[in-house]
Design a protein around this ligand. Structure first.
Ligand SMILES: Cc1ncc(COP(=O)(O)O)c(C=O)c1O
Length: 412
């Protein structure tokens, strides 16, 4: 081997050959008709696991088809917290009794944020950043209008995301709750959750994380970090399927103290007592509202067990290798065409997707989809390359970035 060869970065082929997790790609459904050349959008919708087809069939035949209504008594009533506790153990770093599955992320943002605000008497400020995902900002604006709260806006650097210094400047004696995304949906920047959580709590606020873009791709230690509240999507890196119900985490120190705003019979201390007045359950079930979406939470169970087999540390290692590869390829093939890399270069400061900017990317993305190359587009000119650690190969990243280059060249 010449010293030149030693210095050149590894090829996609070499990276796939040495990938310890390569065999897991087989576990996912992949169309055999050649209609998908590169799937780079697992950060929006993860691929289905093959085993899920069988587990859904078993569920329909067994728990639903045979158990019928009896399955509510036998298992389904506990399913939101059983699945939540398992996710807490494998993925969230959360002891039992603090996590459940149900509702959408948006609805859970509303329920937990309002519960948090009302649990902070004498404090009327909600803190959020202007680059946060629209639903997070809209929910904050809605609650502020409804409860006459004040919004404190953080204006982060669009690439680096919200820093501890940004948060330190925004919190104070009136801070009720701070809501931030752990991984920013646009740039993929990874916030320093332990440091920010500490800062917020030192100021007497409650820290709430939206984990939608980190859960299943970045190791989490919610209990150890002292997080108060968290929500997150399960259809991205947890492969729960389109519209799969979300996760909610309420720290044990708050479970019996906070009251969520949507009182329904499933959050009552005894739903089947059919009582005259609402008495919330003493445990985390008080944050549930209506009948839990049991069918829709089945696929998530398969992915949680797969993650338990692999381990979050190995998943993070592959995620970093994939994003490093994507950035190296983008620098080589896209930057010379005027593309800007809009994600942090330092691996410890980003999640599992890489964003690149170019004024033609709306058109480019539409043409890529026609070819079976599937990233996604976020206005005004961002193309996101989402890299699901267990289902994406290094060669797939290369095929995708070469296709972006080819379409861009054809349009320029
Ligand atoms: C950071 C973040 N929060 C919330 C949501 C929306 O969640 P839902 O539409 O499931 O309520 C998304 C969706 O992509 C997201 O990226």
């Amino acid at each position: 081997m010449t010293s030149n060869t030693e210095l050149s970065p590894p090829t996609s082929k070499q990276l796939d050959a040495s990938d310890q997790l390569a065999a897991y790609r087989e576990r996912f459904v992949e169309p055999k008709d050649g209609s998908v050349i590169a799937y780079l959008d697992g950060n929006s919708l993860g691929r289905p696991l093959r085993v899920t087809a069988a587990s859904l069939a078993t569920f329909i035949q067994g728990d639903w088809g045979t158990g019928l209504i009896r399955s509510w008594d036998e298992k389904w009533m506990d399913e939101p917290t059983v699945v939540g506790d398992r996710l807490g153990d494998v993925v969230l770093g959360a002891a039992p009794g603090q996590t459940f599955i149900g509702d959408s992320t948006s609805v859970l943002l509303y329920k937990l944020l309002r519960a948090g605000l009302e649990g902070q008497p004498g404090r009327n400020q909600l803190v959020i950043d202007r680059d946060n995902f629209p639903t997070d900002r809209f929910i904050v604006e809605g609650i502020a209008a409804e409860r006459d709260a004040e919004i404190v806006w953080i204006d982060p650097d669009p690439t680096a995301g919200v820093t501890p210094a940004d948060v330190a400047a925004a919190v104070g004696p009136h801070t009720a709750v701070v809501l931030l995304s752990h991984v920013a949906y646009r740039s993929g920047s990874l916030a320093d959750a332990p440091a920010i959580t500490r800062l917020v709590k030192d100021a007497g606020g409650l820290m709430m994380w939206d984990l939608s873009h980190s859960v299943g791709s970045v190791p989490l230690e919610l209990d150890a970090w002292g997080v108060d509240l968290a929500v997150g999507c399960t259809y991205k890196y947890l492969n729960g399927g389109p519209g799969a119900p979300a996760l909610a985490y309420i720290n044990s120190s708050l479970v019996s103290r906070l009251r969520q705003p949507i009182w329904g019979w499933m959050g009552a201390s005894d739903p089947f007592e059919m009582s005259a007045n609402f008495e919330p359950a003493a445990n985390v079930r008080r944050f549930i509202t209506g009948t839990p979406p049991i069918l829709a939470m089945q696929p998530l169970k398969d992915m949680t067990e797969l993650i338990a087999d692999v381990g979050m540390a190995a998943i993070r290692e592959k995620s970093i290798a994939l994003t490093e590869h994507a950035i190296a390829l983008a620098e080589e093939l896209l930057v010379p065409l005027g593309v800007e890399i809009a994600s942090p270069r330092e691996p410890s400061q980003r999640g599992s997707h890489v964003s690149v900017n170019h004024p033609l990317f709306a058109d480019v993305t539409a043409r890529l989809w026609e070819q079976g190359v599937i990233p996604d587009f976020r206005p005004p000119h961002g193309l996101r390359i989402g890299l699901s650690p267990l289902s994406t190969s290094f060669a797939e990243v290369q095929r995708g970035i070469e296709a972006i280059r080819d379409v861009l060249v054809s349009l320029q």
